[in-house]
Design a protein around this ligand. Structure first.
Ligand SMILES: Nc1nc2c(c(=O)[nH]1)N[C@H]1C(S)=C(S)[C@@H](COP(=O)(O)OP(=O)(O)OC[C@H]3O[C@@H](n4cnc5c(=O)[nH]c(N)nc54)[C@H](O)[C@@H]3O)O[C@H]1N2
Ligand SMILES: Nc1nc2c(c(=O)[nH]1)N[C@H]1C(S)=C(S)[C@@H](COP(=O)(O)OP(=O)(O)OC[C@H]3O[C@@H](n4cnc5c(=O)[nH]c(N)nc54)[C@H](O)[C@@H]3O)O[C@H]1N2
Ligand SMILES: [Mo]
Length: 823
């Protein structure tokens, strides 16, 4: 790829068209810091940690410092391509404000100390709590951004060392619904499809998934197919005019929170027109009759009223879906972060089951992940699951895990489902959890209802440990802060959304005394002196590779079997998809090529839940429903969103992402090109709504909900009327107040306004459906909102706003910052 292309202004760059069933061409994207001599660079292999795509890349190292990145041409995921965050995000590693020493709270202030002091405090508190209150007083809240080796170590120390049930990841906010929907339909987590399905599909349907901005490299793949022979037709279900919507054959922009009504109408049409695969249904599923009965009355006209979408458009979508020869569907947060998250995601699985669209090239479903290693959090049991997708309700599975760890089964808490993150914060609020160890996540910006989260974390009686790279909003509320090494500074593996495992090697030294998360967890386990039932150390590994080998032993015979992988094979060129065993050394492209394999009652990860209440079924009920371990077709009635607009709060409010930032911006705001592309928060409103309220581009507005308010500059876009959108990236670490709104003035974090509420099945919080009021605070001064023009946020009137660019100014700033920041 021509290095002079401005990859901020042209995020997806030029096309390499290819035809259906052909191989996606290679294109190597590179960004080297200006002035770096390519001949003096050492390349170290890695994969991106700024989304779930798993873009393989090499990190350039010059004089012991990171100096750029280059896509890996041989890799199956990206064939050399990189997105804007991949190209520029690494610069954050060298920021001047990295944490370099541990901090402890003394007289209300965080002060630097040595590792012995910091770890000593954590160990003292842990031992005291274990003695006085037992394991249930200690909770761990981790990430989807560490490495597999780190999650597995954390899962063993928390579940078998401490023996607590309170271990979850921010994956609860992210992909809990993906996991749950897979468990409901297929009995077990594990992505059925493959990114290669993009090469073969004739119809690609994206449900609440802004692929163009959130997995930009797979969007390049879609664009390349659109530019080639026999292009696929796209269906986009999203209330915003995303780039996906702009390229779609059918774009449905439903009222937020009505996905189940829409999907039921689509299923209704497909069944009514007889576009179903009866042989597949008979051989591989149970539950079809129940679905057919439930959607019988759900006509497109019925759904049109609920979703506020034309019945004819629903019909057009159903026809494309019903006549597709190879259908690929993807599902993400527009579905997962709403009140019927699992119910809706399961209906997409049902669409594939009734059409027999699974396990063949181009016929697949991607219940997407968002974070780079969310898959590993789940498979290692560092979230609300047991390691290796074992079933907490199956005593045989618990006993098997106890055998792997050489502990008594009773040591592993399984008296109830593993505690979910929202419940852990509730326990902390009520006082039964007294120590919360937060690693690789920033809940003081990312959890709903921030005023509540700040007050929970700030309590005196709660001992908060934060393990991060920076002094985040959350770190500022901690009792102990541990400086972590990150991507590029430590070795480990991560698994992307299509089960591709990549190895990231250490490229440079971490700053100061920062240590890899793995070393921190191992150090804690050693100081706590956790033992197995024979008195040997519970955790017998000591570095990333030995941790990986330990995990392989835990994965034997499970769906996520890693036994055929080694660090050496992962250094062989491309990432490899699990399961990977001696029999399938090259990995497994698709699951369920030969029927459903992990749903048998004795094998399944879950016995399923009621889609309305979330109540867990037991083994007997599951055995009666699904004795032969087929796919379960689960129907769901539509239920309206928990909040409905009224006179006081006339708008719906949804929140989400922009192309150039990652989450709470701890990395992307420290990369000058990315920061310049979207420097501050904004509020999106439809043209008609702005006109009706007399508001214009660049006005300072306030968005208020029953929980709180935020302020930002107005961007007038083609978003659906009645809906507001606010990006959730902007917290306070780079503002004067540091970790919260300044004084009584409303802040800018989207989660000041969101609600403490979740999908009853997956327990994933609702970030996409609140009600809100919109008010003018001050007229604009002629400047447009600080929102990109290249994305879903593009202004309705393009001439009103200068184009987004990462041009010469941003690059000059980059150079200056790097020179100052170099250690
Ligand atoms: N640039 C960038 N990429 C990222 C990330 C990032 O922070 N920045 N984060 C990564 C992570 S962790 C995740 S989870 C993914 C998330 O990736 P996405 O899910 O693609 O991103 P979101 O912006 O959260 O939401 C997607 C879309 O849902 C739509 N939506 C809102 N309400 C509804 C609804 O009721 N129905 C439907 N059908 N759609 C609705 C929104 O308009 C939005 O365009 O992105 C990953 N990639
Ligand atoms: N309103 C609203 N809220 C949302 C969402 C939404 O769409 N709308 N989306 C939700 C979703 S899907 C997600 S995934 C979450 C994300 O929410 P968070 O996880 O809170 O967001 P991040 O900014 O990614 O936080 C990761 C933290 O880990 C640190 N970190 C990075 N690498 C490492 C490492 O190697 N080791 C350690 N120890 N720390 C590291 C970073 O500096 C950062 O502080 O937000 C959720 N919140
Ligand atoms: Mo996420």
């Amino acid at each position: 790829m021509d290095a002079s292309v401005d990859r901020i202004a042209q995020p997806w760059a030029g096309r390499t068209p290819y035809g259906r069933h052909e191989r996606w061409p290679t294109r190597v994207d590179t960004y080297l810091e200006p002035g770096v001599d390519p001949d003096r660079v050492r390349w170290v292999q890695a994969a991106s940690v700024l989304h779930s795509d798993g873009d393989a890349m090499d990190i350039a190292v010059a004089d012991g410092l990171m100096a750029g990145v280059r896509g890996r041409a041989a890799d199956r995921v990206n064939r050399g391509r990189l997105g804007p965050k991949d190209l520029f995000g690494w610069q954050a590693n060298a920021s001047r404000d990295r944490l370099t020493r541990p901090l402890v709270r003394e007289n209300g202030r965080l002060v630097e100390c040595d590792w012995d002091t910091a770890m000593g405090r954590i160990v003292d508190r842990s031992q005291g709590l274990l003695a006085d209150r037992g394991p249930g007083s200690i909770g761990f809240y981790t990430s989807g951004q560490l490495y597999l080796e780190e999650y597995y170590t954390l899962a063993v120390l928390a579940r078998a060392g401490i023996g607590t049930n309170h271990l979850d990841g921010n994956t609860r906010l992210c992909t809990a619904t993906a996991a749950e929907a897979l468990k409901e339909s297929f009995g077990c987590d594990g992505q059925p499809g493959s990114y290669d399905d993009i090469d073969h599909a004739d119809v690609i349907a994206l449900f609440g998934h802004n692929l163009a901005e959130t997995q930009p490299v797979q969007w390049m793949r879609v664009l390349d197919r659109l530019a080639g022979a026999d292009p696929p037709r796209l269906i986009c279900v999203d209330p915003r005019p995303t780039q996906v919507a702009r390229k779609a054959a059918v774009h449905l922009a439903p009222r937020a929170g009505t996905n189940v009504a829409l999907l039921n109408a689509i299923l209704h049409e497909i069944i009514r027109t007889g576009s179903i695969d009866r042989d597949y249904l008979a051989a591989h599923t149970v539950g079809f009759d129940e679905l057919a009965a439930r959607v019988k009355e759900c006509s497109p006209r019925w759904a049109a009223r609920i979703c506020d979408v034309a019945a004819a458009s629903i019909g057009a979508a159903a026809e494309l879906l019903g006549t597709a020869d190879r259908l690929l569907s993807t599902v993400l947060q527009g579905v997962y972060q709403s009140h019927q998250a699992t119910a809706a995601a399961v209906q997409v699985n049902n669409l594939h089951l009734i059409r027999g669209m699974l396990g063949r090239p181009g016929a697949g479903v991607l219940q997407m992940n968002g974070q780079p290693s969310a898959q590993n959090t789940r498979e290692c049991g560092a979230d609300g699951d047991l390691p290796g997708f074992r079933n907490w309700q199956n005593d045989g599975h618990v006993a098997d895990l106890a055998r792997v760890w050489n502990v008594e089964p009773g040591t592993i808490a399984h008296y109830a489902p593993p505690t979910h993150a929202m419940q852990m914060f509730r326990y902390a609020e009520q006082g039964s959890i007294r120590m919360l160890w937060i690693s690789g996540t920033n809940p003081a910006v990312s959890l709903p209802e921030l005023s509540r989260i700040r007050s929970v974390l700030a309590q005196d009686r709660l001992f908060v440990v934060v393990q991060d790279l920076f002094r985040t909003e959350t770190a500022q509320l901690a009792d102990v802060v541990l400086p972590a090494a990150t991507w590029g500074e430590k070795t480990g593996t991560l698994t992307n959304a299509d089960r591709t495992v990549h190895l990231c090697d250490k490229a440079v030294e971490p700053p100061g005394e920062a240590r890899p998360d793995l070393d921190i967890f191992l150090d804690y386990a050693a100081r706590m002196d956790f033992r197995d039932k024979d008195g040997r150390p519970l955790i017998g590994w000591h570095d990333p590779e030995s941790a990986f080998e330990a995990w392989k032993a835990c994965s034997v015979g499970r769906p996520c079997d890693y036994t055929g992988l080694t660090y050496d094979t992962l250094r062989g060129g491309s990432g490899i998809q699990w399961p990977c065993t001696a029999h399938s050394p090259d990995g497994t492209k698709r699951l369920y090529t030969d029927g459903i394999s992990w749903a048998r009652p004795d094998l399944c990860e879950s016995y399923g839940k009621d889609l309305v209440t979330g109540a867990a079924d037991d083994a007997a009920a599951y055995r009666a429903l699904n004795p032969d371990g087929k796919a379960v077709i689960k129907a769901a009635d539509y239920l309206p969103p928990h909040e409905q607009p009224d006179e006081r709060y006339p708008f719906q409010l949804t929140t989400g992402r922009t192309l150039y930032h990652f989450h709470t911006r701890t990395k992307t705001a420290r990369a000058p090109q990315l920061n310049a592309a979207a420097p501050d928060v904004w509020v999106e409103v439809a043209v008609g709504d702005a006109d009706a309220l007399g508001l214009a581009e660049g006005d300072l507005v306030e968005v208020a909900t029953p929980r709180g308010a935020l302020r930002g500059l107005l961007r007038v876009t083609g978003i659906r009327p009645g809906l507001l959108f606010v990006p959730f990236h902007y917290g306070y670490w780079d503002t004067e107040a540091g970790h919260r709104p300044n004084g009584d003035t409303p802040g800018r974090a989207a989660n000041e306004t969101t609600v403490t509420d979740w999908d009853p099945v997956s327990k994933q919080p609702l970030f996409k459906t609140a009600v809100a009021a919109l008010h003018l605070v001050a007229r604009g001064d002629g400047r447009p909102a600080p929102a990109p023009t290249t994305t879903a946020s593009a202004p309705a009137r393009a001439d009103a706003v200068p184009p987004t660019t990462g041009g010469p100014t941003a690059l000059a700033a980059s150079r200056a910052d790097r020179t100052e920041g170099a250690r």
